[in-house]
Design a protein around this ligand. Structure first.
Ligand SMILES: Cc1cc2nc3c(=O)[nH]c(=O)nc-3n(C[C@H](O)[C@H](O)[C@H](O)COP(=O)(O)O)c2cc1C
Length: 182
C-alpha cells in the first residue's frame, strides 16, 4: 500500500482549538492532531507545526489550552485554522468571546463545552511537527454536557469532527449505543 499524505490519517478526527498566550497576545488555532497520553500524571498532547504562530507562543509561555466547540461554531473553528495570528488578532477579527483561564494564564473560548488547561511538560520533535505534551491542570466542562456515566449527552452536544479537505461532520443522535457492563 502506498502511504500518501492524505491516506495516512484515520478520519473522522475530533477538532479542538488550541489557545496560547505570549506577552499580551492571545491566539487560537484549529487542531485535529491531539490526544490523551497518560492518566497518571494526566497528560495531553497536541502536534503543531513550527510554521504556526501558535508554536512559538506555547514554547515561550509554557502553557496551552484545548477548547472543544460545538458543531454550530464550525465557521469559527475553521476560521482559526485558516488565518494566522502572525498577521492579525483573531479575537478581534473573529469576534471571539473569551473568559479568564482557571489554572493557567490563557483565556478560554466561552462557547467551548469543554476546555483542557495544560502546563507544558515536554516538547518532542516528531518529523515536521512538534508534539507538545502538557500536564492537565484543569478541565472546565459545561455543567450539563455529560451524563453521570460520562457518556456524552447527545441531547446537548454536537462535537465537531473533521473529515479532511475542509469537510466536517457531527454525530447522529440516533446512532448512540450504550452496551451493558457485567
Ligand atoms: C480542521 C483543522 C485542523 C488542523 N489541525 C492542525 C494540527 O493538528 N496541527 C497543526 O500544526 N496545524 C493544524 N491546522 C492548521 C492550523 O490551524 C492553521 O495553520 C492556523 O492558521 C495556524 O494559526 P496560527 O498561525 O495563528 O498559529 C489545522 C487546521 C484545520 C482547519
Amino acid at each position: 500500500m502506498t502511504i500518501t499524505q492524505k491516506s495516512h490519517q484515520a478520519y473522522p478526527k475530533l477538532v479542538t482549538v488550541v489557545g496560547a498566550k505570549s506577552g499580551e497576545k492571545v491566539n487560537y488555532m484549529a487542531a485535529a492532531w491531539h490526544t490523551c497520553l497518560s492518566h497518571t500524571p494526566p497528560l495531553y498532547g497536541v502536534a503543531i507545526s513550527p510554521k504556526r504562530f501558535t508554536h512559538d507562543m506555547i514554547i515561550k509561555s509554557g502553557e496551552f489550552n484545548c477548547n472543544f466547540l460545538p458543531f454550530n461554531k464550525l465557521e469559527l473553528i475553521n476560521a482559526t485554522g485558516q488565518i494566522s495570528g502572525k498577521d492579525c488578532n483573531k479575537i478581534d477579527v473573529l469576534n471571539l468571546q473569551i473568559e479568564q483561564g482557571i489554572h493557567i494564564n490563557i483565556p478560554f473560548i466561552s462557547d467551548a463545552y469543554e476546555v483542557i488547561e495544560c502546563k507544558l511538560k515536554q516538547t518532542i520533535k516528531v518529523g515536521d511537527h512538534t508534539l507538545f505534551v502538557g500536564e492537565i491542570v484543569h478541565v472546565e466542562e459545561k455543567d450539563d454536557i455529560f451524563r453521570e456515566n460520562r457518556i456524552l449527552n447527545r441531547q446537548n452536544i454536537y462535537p465537531t469532527l473533521y473529515l479532511g479537505s475542509d469537510t466536517y461532520i457531527t454525530i447522529d443522535k440516533s446512532s448512540i449505543v450504550v452496551l451493558p457492563r457485567d
